[in-house]
Design a protein. Structure first.
Lengths: 112, 114
């Protein structure tokens, strides 16, 4: 079963607006990563936040992590049509290797 | 440097057949993971290999198996294919650190079982 769940399942916004996606997970983690996927092809890594970090920025992306609530959020500021894609969170569990469990994804549509 | 490569890109098989999917990691990466992504869902973890040893296995039946070769490339094998095995199969490579490394994904193999 999926480790995490993203909310909302689908999001539609106008170009220039901000988009916020949330991820909840179930077990203790080493880190949490956000990925983007276009048209059902390979995933592109966006940002990684470690379990001892609370907030991280990368360009127009801002990620927060609340380990007490087992949740994370991804904020995309000043959205562009090219941001249209599915976004997934993936939790890295504390095990012998890098095993990542993905959420159900948020489908983002940015309307030009 | 080349990214993660997977072959074939697309594959059509019949129920009951066997399939082998291949993955070449990024040069220098010793860990390879396999994921299954059914249409409309997130990827599900199948296997992780590191230094040719299995380091993790997801909740998949024994029909699924994998191996990693001395050059760190990997194969995923699925026997006795079912219609439900139709999915995008993703391979990811990484260079694990103490708290986990970034995973770099290949473009995937689209498997259709008829």
């Amino acid at each position: 079963s999926q480790q995490g769940e993203e909310d909302p399942q689908a999001l539609s916004i106008q170009e220039g607006e901000n988009a916020t996606m949330n991820c909840s997970y179930k077990t203790s983690i080493n880190n949490l990563q956000w990925y983007r996927q276009n048209s059902g092809r390979g995933l592109v890594h966006l940002i990684l936040i470690r379990s001892n970090e609370r907030e991280k920025h990368s360009g127009r992306l801002r990620v927060t992590l609340d380990t007490s609530k087992k949740s994370s959020s991804l904020l995309i500021t000043a959205s562009r049509a090219a941001d249209t894609a599915s976004y997934f969170c993936a939790t890295g569990v504390s095990n012998t290797g890098n095993q990542f469990y993905f959420g159900t994804g948020t489908s983002l549509t940015v309307i030009p | 440097d080349a990214g993660v490569t997977q072959s074939p890109t697309h594959l059509i098989k019949t129920r009951g057949q066997h399939v082998t999917l291949r993955c070449s990691p990024i040069s220098g990466h010793k860990s390879v993971s396999w994921y299954q992504q059914v249409l409309g869902q997130g990827p599900q973890f199948i296997f992780q290999y590191y230094e040719k040893e299995e380091r993790g296995r997801g909740n998949f039946p024994d029909r699924f198996s994998a191996r990693q070769f001395p050059n760190y490339s990997s194969e995923l094998n699925v026997n006795a294919l079912l219609l439900g095995d139709s999915a995008l199969y993703l391979c990811a490579s990484s260079s694990p650190g103490r708290t986990g490394g970034l995973q770099y994904f290949g473009p995937g193999t689209r498997l259709t079982v008829t």
